[in-house]
Ligand binder design. Structure first.
Ligand code: DP6
Length: 361
């Protein structure tokens, strides 16, 4: 498929007004997207677990304007209150997607959005937020063109979400989603995420992700700036190649449930992401002392207990603690007894692998 396949023809239906609600989850990358080309094309492929508890619920109420305007007409409410701060990001999103959703300027939209996780928890809301909004907007298009197939809908939702925030394209479906062209993954594309197309061992069906809020401060560096740092980065070419290789290796890991190799790859991906930021110009150290304490404790406990707990990181100081369902008692007791002291006010979120966005109304 190409971008052109997402440009619609003349809509067969007319819709004057309506209301749509979606809840869309966050996701945690196992192989990380870090670096992009023009038009939100990733520099390397990535794969993630879709989450369940961390989600954004968005309602779009819309009515047709008398005549198509020259600008986007919308109001934005975040957690019940009018919010001007997020408007520029949405405005940019609308500009990018208007060619794919040409009805946008013909409607007034009221966007009401809220997160299940606390605001300023250091948890990125762009993946869940942008995917929820993309789904609501595409649902309007489905009303204008009811013949749209479910497969096309899912792809286009991911395609649109990507234009809001890259990682958002991995939040439409569950449970394991790959985004980015990879020569050994059939159907993979730079334009949208796909459900991982090969066999996945049962152990991964019910994985846990306990998110430790080590630092709830605002991100030191936005991911857009972070991605930009990969241009002219001395290790960029090797890093992009490594992501391709890790995806190749994961195929048999997922198939066999090979947790030892899973841990090696996932932890290396997290540390490489941070290594890229530490070695870019300008450089950023996004881990905090407590991040390192937690990492060390996880590795010691894994060795001592024989469990398969491991960590991954986003572009920040918080730690995602990953572990299989059959080890949850042991690992969660360890988290409670030994890791929560490193969190701000012991705050953490018990999340797990999830099955994608849901239409609520
Ligand atoms: C570290 O998707 O937030 O979470 O496309 O600029 O919105 P933009 O970036 P974003 O980058 C996420 C980077 C990451 C790794 C990942 O999720 O793959």
């Amino acid at each position: 498929m190409t971008e052109k396949d997402f440009i619609p023809g003349v809509y067969p239906q007319k819709v004057e007004k309506g209301q749509i609600t979606y809840s869309s989850p966050s996701n945690i990358a196992l192989v990380k997207y870090w670096g992009k080309k023009e038009n939100q094309i990733p520099a390397n492929p990535s794969v993630s677990f879709t989450l369940e508890a961390c989600a954004t619920t968005t309602t779009v109420t819309f009515y047709e304007l008398g005549s198509a305007g020259s600008h986007f007409s919308f109001d934005l409410f975040f957690e019940g209150r009018p919010n001007e701060d997020f408007k520029p990001k949405i405005q940019t999103f609308f500009k990018r997607i208007t060619v794919y959703l040409p009805f946008l300027k013909s409607y007034h939209l009221k966007i009401e959005t809220a997160n299940s996780f606390p605001h300023s928890s250091g948890i990125a809301s762009s993946a869940s937020g942008m995917s929820a909004l993309a789904l609501c907007l595409l649902e309007i298009e489905r009303e204008l063109n009811p013949e749209m197939t479910q497969e096309y809908f899912t792809r286009k939702a991911s395609f649109l979400a990507r234009l809001g925030s890259g990682s958002a394209c991995r939040s439409i479906e569950g449970d394991l989603v790959q985004w980015g062209a990879h020569k050994e993954t059939e159907g993979s594309s730079d334009l949208f995420g796909i459900k991982y197309p090969y066999k996945v061992h049962n152990v991964f069906n019910s994985y846990h992700d306990t998110i430790l809020l080590v630092d709830k401060g605002k991100k030191q560096v936005s991911s857009t700036i972070g991605h930009g740092l990969m241009h002219d980065h001395p290790f960029a070419a090797q890093r992009f190649q490594q992501a391709h290789n890790n995806l190749s290796k994961l195929r048999s890991v997922f198939e066999k449930g090979d947790l030892d190799t899973f841990i090696e790859i996932v932890e290396s991906e997290a540390l490489t992401l941070h290594a890229m930021m530490m070695t870019s110009q300008p450089s950023f150290v996004l881990m905090k002392p407590n991040t390192l304490e937690v990492i060390q404790k996880i590795r010691d406990f894994r060795e001592k207990s024989g469990t398969h707990v491991c960590f991954t990181l986003d572009a920040g100081a918080n730690v995602h603690v990953l572990y299989p369902e059959n080890e949850k008692e042991k690992v969660y007791a360890f988290v409670k007894n030994e890791l929560l002291v490193y969190c701000e006010n012991q705050q953490h979120i018990c999340d797990r692998i999830g099955y994608g966005a849901k239409k609520l109304g």
